[in-house]
Write a protein that binds this ligand. Structure first.
Ligand code: PMV
Length: 326
């Protein structure tokens, strides 16, 4: 029997991280050039329910049942088993591979979850809608992060730039002009759950201040949506800078992130900000095609451990314009 496989991309948050946890909107885009893939092969020689798991990138080779009950992989398989009301899974061997850097705000854990859930459904010969895959991945996100907003599982499942708000249907965003971004990694690993936890403590201690930061970020994100649609790069860049300063006020930046943001702006970026939870991970900078090379070189010279370039393409995006994701 041939192996079944499913892939899911990484992601980057363009606007609204952290505020999105507090029911404000965020804008995120998929990183199609970085993927996590899950491969499934039936194992007729093994007893029913026996699942061998290999994830070479994290040095894992185990039987699913040998993992702790609250391990995200265990929880994921249990969720899918419950969804399909199965007594047991058929015996199988599952291999996970990922090109997405871990703990860098690029959605590595979520992409693995989406690839596993999607692949498992295909392996079972069943079908899950994107909404069902995203909802199951969201349950696994809770194991990783405690209080996830849902933006990661949404953008990674739908593989489209999205305007996301908790408890609302996600809206795809179609840009009015090609937009090129550079994503530069500080090389510092940061755990989303701990930074989100710190923000929660600060919010509990000073709700008024934090609510007003979240409100300001919400207005920026709303405006950014309009500017992305109209393709006004200059405004998008300025809004990224404003969002960045609010993230600094929130206390989630750090010297290496600040340094890369400054370097990108000095080298000609139209705007730059940290992306994701912060305290490490990546910055994202908006650049014109003509200055992309200079900004990239400046970031590399400033110590970025990896620089990825992505373009949100106008024609690609308008092909299926105005459809609401469901
Ligand atoms: O996974 P990260 O580092 O991109 O962070 C996710 C974004 C947060 O807003 C900080 C958390 C969330 O659940 O939305």
């Amino acid at each position: 029997m041939p192996a079944i496989s499913a892939s899911a991309p990484g992601k980057i948050i363009l606007f609204g991280e952290h505020a999105v946890v507090y029911s404000r909107p965020a804008i995120a885009i998929p990183l199609m050039q970085l993927k996590a893939t899950a491969f499934f092969l039936a194992d007729p020689t093994a007893p029913l329910g026996n699942i061998k798991l290999t994830a070479a990138d994290i040095g894992m080779q185990t039987n699913l049942n040998d993992l702790a009950e609250d391990h995200p992989f265990r929880v994921l398989f249990q969720l899918v088993q419950n969804h399909f009301q199965l007594d047991h899974f058929p015996a199988m061997s599952v291999k996970i591979r990922s090109e997405i850097p871990i703990a860098a705000g690029l959605g590595s854990g979520t992409a693995v979850s989406v690839a596993l859930i999607h692949g498992l459904s295909l392996f079972l010969g069943a079908k899950l809608s994107a909404a069902q895959i995203s909802a199951l991945a969201f349950e696994v996100e809770k194991v990783y992060h405690g209080t996830p907003s849902g933006v990661d599982n949404t953008v990674i499942t739908y593989e489209k730039p999205v305007f996301f708000m908790k408890d609302h249907l996600p809206e795809p965003i179609y840009v009015g002009n090609d937009c090129t971004f550079l994503i530069a990694d500080t090389g510092i690993k940061s755990m989303t759950s701990s930074v989100v936890g710190e923000v929660r403590i600060n919010w509990e201690n000073n709700r008024k201040h934090y609510e007003s930061i979240f409100d300001s970020i919400a207005s920026i994100t709303q405006e950014a949506k309009e500017m992305l649609i109209s393709g006004d790069e200059k405004q998008i860049g300025e809004l990224m800078n404003k969002n960045y300063h609010l993230l600094v006020q929130m206390g989630v930046s750090c010297d290496p992130l600040d340094h890369l943001v400054t370097v990108a702006l000095h080298a000609g970026a139209l705007g730059a900000k940290l992306s994701g939870a912060g305290k490490g991970g990546n910055i994202i900078a908006l650049v014109q095609e003509s200055s992309a090379r200079d900004v990239r070189l400046a970031l590399e010279n400033a110590g970025a451990t990896r620089v990825i370039q992505i373009t949100l393409n106008k024609t690609e995006s308008t092909k299926t314009a105005k459809k609401v994701i469901s």
